[in-house]
Design a protein around this ligand. Structure first.
Ligand SMILES: Nc1ncnc2c1ncn2[C@@H]1O[C@H](COP(=O)(O)OP(=O)(O)OP(=O)(O)O)[C@@H](O)[C@H]1O
Ligand SMILES: Nc1nc2c(c(=O)[nH]1)N=C(CO)CN2
Length: 175
């Protein structure tokens, strides 16, 4: 069995509907859904604000690679188009695999460019760490330490202050 932490983001079209579609597609594997946050764009600031959410997913038989394939299938289903000119540009849906653990709690580590684990930029992203903290206050990002501490670094504090919870857009009810 593996447990994965997935980060979902959307800043084009009906943002909540794109996030919800991914939750519904991952369906029975989803064991926890964070609150929804409105977040300033990271990495490429000339684009609309994002909605971000973090999911914990479990599957008895899934490998880390399976989670990547499922994440990409969710992106495709929401019509995501990659713009080679804008690496961190706007998108209907982005689903990143942040961290994966085996049954016994061992983290999966990978430096393969197709699937790098933990996600190589997660420690810099308040939009990943803050919703993850909602679900797992004691979580540790392998190689980087407790996520609570990562939200108190020069790389994350300004974005943390600029993001806002959107309880009005919660996905918990999955409607
Ligand atoms: N942990 C990971 N999660 C998702 N994609 C990954 C991961 N590690 C490597 N990749 C690879 O990254 C490639 C680019 O993914 P994508 O277009 O979603 O990046 P991005 O969302 O623009 O940037 P970022 O990964 O920084 O959020 C994918 O083809 C995928 O194979
Ligand atoms: N706030 C925010 N910024 C981003 C996001 C995201 O999900 N949320 N995803 C990106 C893709 O690399 C680039 N920038």
């Amino acid at each position: 069995m593996t447990e994965a932490v997935l980060s979902l983001g959307s800043n084009l079209g009906d943002r909540r509907a794109h996030l919800l579609a991914a939750v519904n597609q991952l369906d029975s594997h989803v064991t926890a859904i964070s609150g929804v946050y409105e977040t300033p764009p990271w990495g490429d600031t000339a684009q609309p604000a994002y909605l971000n959410v973090v999911l914990i997913v479990n599957d008895r038989s899934a490998t880390a690679r399976d989670w990547l394939e499922r994440a990409q299938a969710c992106e495709r289903a929401e019509g995501r188009i990659r713009d080679p000119e804008r690496r961190f540009g706007p998108r209907t849906l982005d689903v990143d695999v942040i961290a994966v653990r085996q049954d016994d709690g061992t983290p999966v580590i990978s430096d393969d460019a197709e699937l790098t684990l933990p996600h190589p930029r997660a420690h810099l992203r308040a939009f990943v760490l803050r919703p993850w903290l909602d679900l797992r206050p004691d979580a540790v990002l392998p190689g980087h330490g407790p996520i609570a501490a990562l939200l108190d670094t020069p790389e994350t504090t300004a974005d943390l202050a600029a993001m806002s919870p959107r309880p009005d857009l919660s996905l918990e009810s999955m409607e």
